[in-house]
Ligand binder design. Structure first.
Ligand code: F7E
Length: 325
């Protein structure tokens, strides 16, 4: 019999790659989507999977919908990827972010415990939880203390702790993947990688004349979403529930990212990039570099796609879109 999987956030970047990966691996895929007044584009990333996946309307804040879906699907594996995922915007909507990314996870855990306690539960935890905290060797790992620097990070710490607590209190199989930044052509274009690549391609094609950014001196450890969804599945198929850092171990600044993209497109970066306070955060997470040795050893996972391959794929994606218009 096929294993059943329930994915929240299925229409997002990770949800769409994870669905494709699980379908290839013979899972039956169920996903929760939220009602949205604009129907167009909401399901872009999963459109081509339409006939192979089962979608249910629900919401992390609507416990009755979670009860109904858990009872009817009875999933073997649950991937909780739904969230208000934009860190800067979390400063503007802190209450909603805390509810969805914190209490929403509690709602999911309660539905899991009540209706499907023999399933396995994956929580999308985040490197944003580390905030100001870096170990002496300039890395973050599973043992690094959390010192979040945003409402988003605070909510993710709450959720992380709830998952661990449910694991110990109720002997449930629930695990955290502490994923560092992961990108792809499917990334929303208000995240820095896709914003830089999309705008630089538009500049190259004469469709725009500037790129306006916030802090260019923060460092991130960027991987490919396609590699990271494989790690999620390995985390749930490990012999025991646990928490794992998933990262490349290579860090670059936003300036390095811009430099790579603009050089690739043969554009002189300083002519086109401007900074605006509007894109700065009240407190910035300055530096991320993940040590994923634990996942590499215990899960036999490692990233396959390099930073250069990732960005080149994103450049090709936007070139195809804008050149054919
Ligand atoms: O920012 C700087 C910004 O928004 C990266 C989410 O997936 O990863 C993501 O969170 C850096 C920051 O990602 C702009 O200040 C400069 O230092 O692409 P981002 P993020 O905040 O790191 C973690 C792991 C998650 O869990 C989150 O859900 O880039 N930056 N100028 C800018 N960032 C944006 N968005 N826009 C700018 O104009």
């Amino acid at each position: 019999m096929k294993k059943k999987v329930l994915i929240t956030g299925i229409s997002g970047q990770d949800g769409s790659y994870l669905s494709e990966y699980l379908l290839k691996n013979n899972y039956e895929v169920y996903g929760i989507i939220r009602r949205n007044s604009i129907v167009e584009h909401q399901r872009n990333r999963i459109e081509k999977l339409d006939k192979q996946i089962n979608l249910e309307y629900g919401d992390l804040l609507d416990t009755s919908s979670l009860d109904r879906i858990f009872k009817s699907v009875k999933p073997d594996e649950i991937y909780n990827l739904a969230a208000q995922s934009h860190v800067r915007i979390s400063f503007e909507i802190p209450h909603f972010t805390l509810q969805t990314n914190g209490l929403g996870v509690l709602n999911m855990l309660e539905a899991f415990r009540a209706h499907s306690p023999n399933s396995k539960f994956y929580q999308a935890s985040s490197s944003e939880m580390f905030g100001r905290s870096v170990d002496n060797d300039n890395c973050q790992r599973e043992t690094t203390p959390f010192e979040p620097t945003s409402p988003y990070g605070c909510a993710k710490v709450l959720a992380f702790n709830l998952v661990k607590h449910y694991r110990f209190a109720y002997s449930l199989f629930c695990s955290n993947g502490i994923l560092f930044n992961h990108e792809s052509p499917r990334r929303g274009s208000n995240f820095v990688t896709n914003k830089v690549v999309k705008t630089a391609v538009q500049i190259k094609l004469g469709l725009k004349d500037k790129l306006i950014l916030g802090n260019m001196d923060s460092y991130r450890d960027w991987g490919h979403s396609k590699d990271y969804v494989v790690a999620m599945n390995k985390i749930l198929n490990h012999n025991q529930p646990d928490d794992f850092v998933i990262s490349t171990g290579i860090t670059r600044s936003v300036r390095d990212l811009c430099n790579y993209v603009f050089t690739k497109l043969d554009l002189e970066m300083k002519k086109y990039i401007f900074q605006d306070k509007k894109y700065m955060r009240p407190e910035e997470l300055k530096y991320l570099k993940g040590d994923s040795s634990k996942a590499r050893k215990l899960l036999n996972w490692k990233p396959q796609i390099s930073f250069e391959e990732l960005i080149d794929e994103m450049i090709d994606h936007w070139m195809d879109i804008f050149s054919s218009n």
